[in-house]
Design a binder for this molecule. Structure first.
Ligand code: ADP
Ligand code: MG
Length: 242
């Protein structure tokens, strides 16, 4: 793939649950080093879209491409190996394991397949990056909520993803934590990472996203810079109609 090949492309991606079309003929591209926001009212299909990309769900129609190669029908672990990492709207960690063990799993099962000392060293480095230095030996069940979210993020980073999918990673944080969380994602952005960010916090969208796709009722209703889409009357109507 050339440098103009998108890291991630959706082409007509569709997911039906019985009679409900949760994701309807969705098209968008995420370019390398881009932070793309995926926004829209509750129930508009954002988490389902991340589930299609990461292989947690199979699309009913359409295709998903990673650097131009179809990943549409691969299983979740195979997609993770190819370099797609994510965090979940409802945090998924192993609470009885330590911080290091959780993050290490990302290094071992991720894109680079690190082992042994190398996995430990890289996991430690990612823990430091997200602000968990000094907590490596703690059990995740002992952590505060934001630190649990940091563990999940560090595990995703430890896989060295080509694209990082964040599903409302900033949700549920108090104002101080929110400031720290935005600063952390901004550092990832400044490192040149490619990120697809599902988010409701408008300040975060404005300060982090290069571009946004707006969904309503499963379909894309707008795409552009945060300022463009957030001033679009159709987008405003979709949010007010929530
Ligand atoms: P968002 O993340 O934008 O809030 P979701 O993608 O979670 O929205 O949900 C989109 C729609 O699909 C909602 O109507 C939701 O109830 C429905 N939905 C999501 N997952 C399932 C599922 N596994 N089975 C049936 N319906 C689902
Ligand atoms: Mg969601």
């Amino acid at each position: 793939p050339s440098s103009s090949t998108p890291v991630l492309s959706l082409r007509g991606a569709t997911k039906r649950f019985g009679g409900l079309v949760a994701v309807n003929n969705l098209d968008f591209d995420v370019m390398e080093h881009q932070v793309m926001g995926l926004i829209g009212p509750n129930g508009s299909g954002k988490s389902t879209t991340l589930n299609l990309i990461s292989g947690a769900l199979r699309p009913s129609a359409g295709s998903i491409l990673l650097r131009g190669a179809p990943i549409t029908h691969l299983r979740a672990h195979a997609i993770a190996r190819r370099g797609v990492a994510r965090t979940f709207q409802l945090v998924r960690v192993l609470p009885s394991m330590t911080v290091l063990e959780n993050i290490r799993a990302g290094a071992v099962f991720g894109h680079r397949r690190r082992w042994g000392h190398e996995a430990d060293a890289f996991a430690t480095q990612m823990a430091e990056k997200v602000g968990l230095a000094g907590k490596l030996a703690m059990r995740v069940s002992q952590l505060t909520y934001i630190d649990t979210k940091r563990v999940e993020l560090a595990r995703a980073l430890a896989s060295e993803p080509r694209v990082l999918l964040l599903d409302e990673w900033l949700a549920g944080l108090n104002p101080t934590e929110l400031g720290e969380g935005i600063a952390l994602v901004r550092r990832l952005r400044d490192e040149g990472r490619t990120i697809l960010l599902v988010e409701h916090v408008m300040d975060a969208i404005r300060s982090l996203c290069d571009a946004c796709v707006v969904m309503a009722a499963g379909a894309k209703i707008a795409e552009g810079t945060p300022d463009e889409v957030l001033s679009d009357p159709e987008v405003i109507r979709a949010y007010l109609g929530e």
